[in-house]
Ligand binder design. Structure first.
Ligand SMILES: O=C(O)C(=O)Cc1ccc(O)cc1
Ligand SMILES: [Fe+2]
Length: 473
């Protein structure tokens, strides 16, 4: 058992790179041939009928529709909020009503639907055509520096490719991309080189009128980027998934908790919760000594969390995901917000259904005081189902000092957003705390458990078109 006690922010580089200085690290990195990632570009969702989710992303989650690509075979629509970009891919459908009709029906003046990109090899440009039997978040697209070179390096490392390097261009320039199959279920990674592209999104997409203008700050809903992406994986698969990301993309272990065991991960195993969490982060190019044009060193990065359930526990949210999704995959994505209270309130008013933690969460000994000392109103948090967890591991004496020095995080979780109990969104506001609060994980686990056992039958989730609930549950 080895514990990393010094600091929860301690980051372990890939094996062999532990004590290396930046230039040495860069050359080791080159020899290891892991492909450095420039940044997360977008996340793709494949759905059989995108109409409802497109509507929800705009009207409930306050994303802005900014680019579309519509062909006779598929519809791809891009939504953004700050640096968080979702591409909704609707595969070939049997039904006649889908994204196309939604686009035309809702905003006919603003959305120009043409037929760009004819003759491109895939119905789903920058992705693979959907084969998955249920709606799924199936692609996390990264910008890389050089797709051809990445392709060669990754192939040498044994990586499977679904789409070889392919170049697409329009009047704003040229983009090369390639698609790799990940070690997690149906999840793929599109690698895209945009260094020779000056357009708003990607060639082949039509930019909407709104897409051309700079996004204005939305004070009521200030979501800025993806904070983390959580995979649900089968038991005992975490090590293999971590090795894959470390070997191919140089991902590093990110310790969620200072008491976390190197091999075991962060294990939450009491009071009915049986969960193993292990997190990874990637080095952005700027950190491995590679200078890129337009590199924004301040751009926030996104962690990857692997969740597996522990053996000998009853039915639980990870196994339910694996069963209903029919493969390992993306269980939830956390949207970082600068103000979780107003974001949750705005979204709830627009019809988003959030999980409500067990009422005991807010009445636990010391919780009210903890919330107040962090400068929040316990009733306001309770009303919106928001969880607060203070990070005490760094320095317990901080509990006694002013609220500015306190490190804490706030989280709230939506109910599943597809028809199956699979994918959900999370809102997270971090005030210095970088991990995930154990108390919050327990509260989330219990509220999902309660939902699966009781509530689901009576009041369908977000994904059901029949849902007619008010914002508060
Ligand atoms: O707490 C979080 O936000 C996490 O991402 C950790 C986590 C992952 C999976 C679960 O089923 C529950 C909690
Ligand atoms: Fe999360």
């Amino acid at each position: 058992m080895v514990s990393i006690r010094d600091s929860p922010w301690f980051v372990l580089p890939p094996s062999g790179l532990m004590a290396a200085s930046a230039p040495v690290r860069a050359s080791l990195q080159k020899r290891n041939m892991a492909v450095p990632l420039r940044r997360l570009h977008h996340v793709s969702i494949h759905v059989s009928n995108g109409q409802k989710l497109a509507y929800d992303l705009v009207s409930k989650y306050k994303f802005n529709l900014f680019a579309t690509r519509v062909t006779d075979k598929s519809r791809q629509v891009a939504f953004r909020k700050g640096a968080a970009v979702f591409v909704l891919n609707e595969g070939p459908t049997q039904e006649s009503v889908g994204l196309n009709e939604w686009l035309l029906g809702v905003d006919p003046q603003r959305v120009e639907v043409r037929q760009p990109g004819r003759g491109h090899p895939s119905a789903c440009l920058y992705d693979v055509s959907p084969h998955h039997p249920v709606d799924s978040v199936s692609n996390v697209c990264f910008e890389v520096e050089d797709v051809e070179r990445s392709f060669k390096d990754l192939r040498r490392l044994g990586c499977s490719f679904l789409v070889p390097p392919t170049t697409v261009e329009d009047q704003s320039g040229r983009v090369t991309y390639s698609v790799v199959k990940s070690a997690v279920g149906n999840v793929c990674h599109t690698l895209v080189d945009k260094t020779k592209y000056g357009g708003v999104f990607l060639p082949g997409f039509d930019v909407t009128e709104q897409g051309w203008s700079l996004e204005k700050e939305d004070p009521s809903c200030p979501v800025t980027h993806f904070d983390h992406i959580t995979y649900a994986c089968p038991r005992k698969s975490t090590q293999e998934v971590m090795r894959w990301y470390e070997k191919l993309f140089g991902f590093q272990r990110f310790f969620i908790d200072s008491n976390e065991d190197v091999d075991e991960g962060f294990v939450v195993n009491h009071e009915g919760v049986g969960l193993r969490l292990t997190a990874m982060k990637y080095w952005k190019c700027s950190e491995v000594g590679i200078t890129l044009p337009f590199a924004d060193k301040k751009e926030p990065d996104c962690k990857f969390v692997i969740a597996e359930s522990l053996p000998h526990q009853g039915p639980n949210q990870v196994d339910t995901f694996l069963e209903q999704h029919r493969a390992p995959g993306v269980q939830h994505i956390a949207l970082y917000t600068k103000n979780i209270v107003s974001t949750a309130q705005t979204m709830a008013d627009a019809g988003v259904h959030f999980f409500t933690p067990p009422p005991a969460y807010y009445t636990e000994v010391g919780k009210q005081q903890e919330i107040e000392e962090a400068g929040h109103n316990p009733q306001m948090l309770a009303q919106n189902g928001i969880l607060l967890d203070t990070d005490l591991q760094q320095d317990p004496s901080l509990m006694r000092v002013s609220s500015e020095n306190r490190r804490y995080l706030l989280q709230v979780f939506t109910k599943p957003i597809f028809a199956e109990d699979t994918f959900f969104l999370e809102l997270i506001e971090r005030r210095g705390a970088m991990g995930f609060g154990e108390g919050n994980i327990r509260a989330l686990w219990r509220s999902v458990q309660a939902y699966m056992e009781n509530e689901k039958g009576d009041s369908e989730g977000e994904g059901s078109p029949k849902t007619i609930q008010t914002a508060q549950n």
